[in-house]
Design a protein around this ligand. Sequence first.
Ligand SMILES: Cc1ncc(COP(=O)(O)O)c(C=O)c1O
Length: 387
Amino acid sequence: MTREYLATRVVGLKPSGIRKFFDIVATMQDVISLGIGEPDFNTPQPILQAGIRSLEGGATHYTSNAGKLGLRRELAAHLQRLYGVNYNPEIEILISVGVSEALYLAMNAILEPGEEVIIPTPCFVAYQAEVILAGGTPVEVPTFVEDGFQLRPEALQAAITPRTKAILISTPNNPTGGVITRQVMQEIARIAEQHDLIVISDELYDQLVYGVQHVCFASLPGMWERTILLGGFSKNYAMTGWRVGFAAAPADILKGLLRIHQYTIMSAPTTAQDAALEALVNGAPHVEEMRLEYDRRRRLIVGGLNSLGLPTFEPHGAFYAFPNISAAGMDEDTFAQKLLQEQRVAVVPGTAFGPGGEDFVRCSYATAYEKIEEALERIQRFMHQYG
Ligand SMILES: Cc1ncc(COP(=O)(O)O)c(C=O)c1O
């Protein structure tokens, strides 16, 4: 075989820096993993039961392409209640296979070949790849700890070219735990308006915030019209394995996403849609219980890392701490590898999340409190040796 069967854009994709790491972790014993980006909680019982009832009741068929109307209606009411944004459930909401699919749809629906999407980094590992797969060009704009990982408006402005089509923001952020302030959002909004850009706002962790309020980008004056809001159930409701999320956007934009979804996915899993409806109706107390526990762990890990000489920005959302590890006298890749091999603690090098991650590692605190305590002891031993 002399011919390259795979498309150039696929061959050129970098393997995820996270997966590589987990392949190593999977071969080791007694590892405390602070590497995982998903809740350690199982899905709350009432949600689980709704899924079981759905299956047992014979809901084993396709749903409408956009998802069950009852779920879309409930979601519209939920978004209006929480953020005051109005989406018509008939034509402005699409139930997807997680935010992962919604991202894929959004990029493929809006991008012409070579159009640019500005992506503040560090960010979720799939963003750049999704843009490339859709034929676009990702333009990374690093954010910095001294700004609380907030995007600098002047850096955003400087990244804009005649080919810029969209900005892809994420709040709360994976991996930094940063939450975009209203003030920075207003700056982003001003620039988006000035250059007539679409804003794709990934708000998957919206309900996991600590001491601050989540601002829904589409709720800013004039932004609803140009925003594709992405959200879901994976993190808030501990439902990663169910594979359900959504995209909400003005009908003219949403119909593009729906067309691709119709031909590629058909409809999101029916069981998961029924469980997601229960999550919206009765999930709030469970979310609050998990949020309080994440907050307790957050204070433990952030305080612990800081006291070990690893300066850690105070994350206000999601479930990640993002310490600067330069005091260990090595780069983030070496730190993650040595810490895993010598102390059996798994963290993810910050550069897996793009520029701006140099000298940082991501520590997930979606892990039991006692395990975080043990991990901190192990990191202390590590820092005694290298710090
Ligand atoms: C910021 C962000 N967006 C999207 C996703 C994908 O989530 P989903 O399970 O909804 O596909 C993740 C998962 O880690 C994430 O952190």
